[in-house]
Design a protein around this ligand. Structure first.
Ligand SMILES: *[C@@H]1O[C@H](CO)[C@@H](O)[C@H](O)[C@H]1NC(C)=O
Ligand SMILES: *[C@@H]1O[C@H](CO)[C@@H](O)[C@H](O)[C@H]1NC(C)=O
Ligand SMILES: *[C@@H]1O[C@H](CO)[C@@H](O)[C@H](O)[C@H]1NC(C)=O
Ligand SMILES: *[C@@H]1O[C@H](CO)[C@@H](O)[C@H](O)[C@H]1NC(C)=O
Ligand SMILES: *[C@@H]1O[C@H](CO)[C@@H](O)[C@H](O)[C@H]1NC(C)=O
Ligand SMILES: *[C@@H]1O[C@H](CO)[C@@H](O)[C@H](O)[C@H]1NC(C)=O
Length: 217
């Protein structure tokens, strides 16, 4: 009997040894492609990993309603980085790396449409904008959104006014992607009130819940 135990133990130990021997090189090879690290720091990631599907799709910007929770956390992280660096959107490799971090088993974040908010070289419009570019070129829109959605910090804001100022953001010239410009303006505005959680929460409750141009409650 003790002999049997011993040999079982040996088999067991060798198995564990072999497992680590083989799995380490595999792990290393697999993790290599995402060598560009994600420059965003996600807060409350556990809520995303455990998220529930919510109505509202940022006026159909998001392709699935289950995308909203990961996206809101993504927006927070964009604003936090913009506060530190002045940069707004990510480039494509950074984007892939960041979406990998917020993917969960409920939503395929790669199918949400978030990757539309990527810096695309050679494209006009707002994709490559820094916060300073937004303030210089879309200053009226920043003031418009700030006025339209501004009272949310006191729970007095009207969602209708906020949605109106959101829809008025179109870009600088014809052909600009309105969504890229809207999120650039929103991020530039959020970045200056990064600690105002109530405002951030209410603006999402309003704009995030817009469908087909109408707010839903
Ligand atoms: C993070 O989660 C905690 C607890 O769930 C919550 O109180 C807090 O408001 C959240 N923070 C943000 C930025 O959403
Ligand atoms: C996930 O949700 C379940 C049920 O709502 C809860 O019991 C659990 O603590 C949550 N896990 C995390 C990591 O938040
Ligand atoms: C994106 O930016 C990172 C630096 O953060 C850089 O290493 C990478 O080459 C860039 N990727 C593209 C596609 O421009
Ligand atoms: C997601 O995955 C975790 C861990 O693998 C599991 O505990 C959880 O039940 C899963 N949630 C859903 C909604 O499938
Ligand atoms: C960054 O956020 C702080 C509040 O935490 C704010 O006072 C500051 O003006 C912001 N900086 C920029 C460049 O928006
Ligand atoms: C958005 O609207 C739905 C119902 O249409 C509601 O259940 C949900 O709580 C709303 N979300 C927020 C953040 O207010």
């Amino acid at each position: 009997m003790p002999l049997l135990m011993d040999s079982q133990m040996i088999i067991h130990t060798s198995f564990i040894f072999l497992f680590f021997w083989f799995s380490n090189p595999i792990k290393n090879t697999v993790s290599q492609p995402s060598s560009t690290h994600c420059p965003l720091e996600f807060k409350n990631l556990t809520t995303v990993l455990n998220s529930t599907c919510e109505e509202g799709t940022w006026n159909d910007f998001l392709l699935d309603k289950c995308c909203k929770e990961p996206f809101n956390i993504y927006l927070d992280a964009l604003a936090a980085r913009a506060n530190q660096t002045g940069r707004i959107f990510l480039n494509s490799t950074e984007q892939t790396s960041c979406l990998n971090k917020i993917k969960n088993n409920i939503t395929d974040v790669f199918s949400c449409g978030i990757d539309k908010l990527t810096i695309t070289s050679g494209v006009k419009g707002c994709s490559g904008f820094l916060v300073q570019d937004v303030l210089n070129k879309l200053g009226d829109e920043v003031i418009g959104l700030s006025t339209g959605c501004g009272l949310f910090d006191r729970r007095e804001g009207s969602c209708e006014k906020c949605v109106k100022s959101w829809n008025e953001i179109r870009g600088i010239e014809a052909g600009d992607d309105a969504d890229l410009c809207r999120f650039a303006v929103l991020t530039s505005l959020t970045t200056s009130r990064i600690d105002d959680l109530i405002w951030a929460q209410n603006i999402r409750r309003c704009l995030g819940n817009v469908t087909n141009g109408n707010e839903i409650h």
